[in-house]
Design a protein around this ligand. Structure first.
Ligand SMILES: Cc1ncc(COP(=O)(O)O)c(C=O)c1O
Length: 294
């Protein structure tokens, strides 16, 4: 279990960077790699903005499974170092994050290696569901507002699957308000949600310091949008020029998170400006600060 700590009277932080590889992706990777092991997979490939690849590399190392991770150039060097430290091959691909995924998928198609991918593989979501189960066990309730970043939506979908499970089981009476965020320069789901579209908007991602959520073509976009309309989920931009301020504000309260994670807090502050003060809000601290220091 990762701790939940109060930031102030309105905000609770779930410290998911307390995981072994310093990001929440361990939740999904632990389950996914256990599945690979159970079906006799001995070699996997994965594409990642860094953290998911880091987690898959670590759990593969523990399980004795060979691993190659594709990342785009410009990925935080610390994440690349960690992937290699676990004995995995880290292949750096020039171009966008989406292109990097295409290069990896080509290898899967042509060489038949197992695609231990966090976006497609359903076992990964069984892991990210534990985020909500833990919150329920720790607080004996679910906070009224939950802030979730959306890149490929692996945490978002895990959160929604688990909340539906709690709802159907009678553990909670209503869905909390989910506050989903994307960056101003890469927001295909936010734009689609604003226009009531069923598919993610076609965009060309521009630079952002929130590398973990810079996904221009989220493969489960349709599924994410179905949840958005079903539960009146609100989307908000993390203002690019406020991310570093948010990181500093968190650090001054003893919480040192990575840039992408500071975007969660920047988006929460933007949400409060738009909708008014928002109390009883849970924000995830997905990745550790040392990962994006460069
Ligand atoms: C720190 C951090 N936050 C958020 C995300 C968003 O991930 P997803 O939308 O796939 O759950 C990532 C993905 O790599 C990440 O590394």
């Amino acid at each position: 279990m990762t701790p939940i700590v109060p930031l102030d009277e309105n905000v609770l932080l779930k410290m998911d960077y307390f995981m072994p590889t310093l990001s929440f992706k361990d939740r999904g990777a632990a389950v996914l790699v256990a599945h690979c092991k159970s079906i006799g997979v001995d070699s996997v490939v994965q594409d990642s903005s860094g953290n998911a690849g880091n987690s898959v590399a670590a759990y593969c190392a523990k399980a004795g499974i060979k691993c190659e991770v594709f990342v785009k150039d410009g990925t935080s060097p610390k994440k690349i170092d960690m992937i290699r430290a676990h004995g995995a091959t880290c292949t750096v691909v020039p171009g966008s994050r989406d292109h990097c995924a295409d290069v990896c998928r080509e290898k899967v198609e042509h060489e038949g290696v197992y695609y231990a991918n966090h976006v497609y593989n359903p076992f990964f979501y069984e892991g990210t569901k534990t985020y909500i189960y833990e919150v329920y066990e720790q607080l004996h309730r679910i906070p009224a507002n939950i802030v979730v970043p959306v890149g490929n939506g692996t945490l978002f979908l895990g959160v929604l699957h688990a909340l539906e499970h709690l709802l159907e089981s009678g553990c909670i009476e209503r869905m909390p308000q989910i506050i989903a965020l994307q960056t101003e320069t890469c927001d295909p789901i936010l734009r689609a949600a604003e226009q009531g579209q069923k598919e993610p908007a076609k965009i060309t991602p521009q630079d952002t310091i929130a590398e973990g959520i810079a996904i221009g073509r989220p493969m489960r976009g349709k599924e994410i949008l179905e949840y958005v309309y079903k539960y009146n989920i609100r989307f908000i931009h993390a203002p690019e020029d406020k991310i570093l301020d948010a990181r500093k504000a968190l650090a001054l309260k003893g919480v040192y998170c990575e840039h992408t994670t500071a975007a969660n807090y920047a988006a929460y502050l933007a949400y409060c400006e738009k909708y008014g003060p928002t109390s009883d809000c849970l924000i995830t601290m997905c990745g550790a600060g040392l990962k994006s220091d460069h």
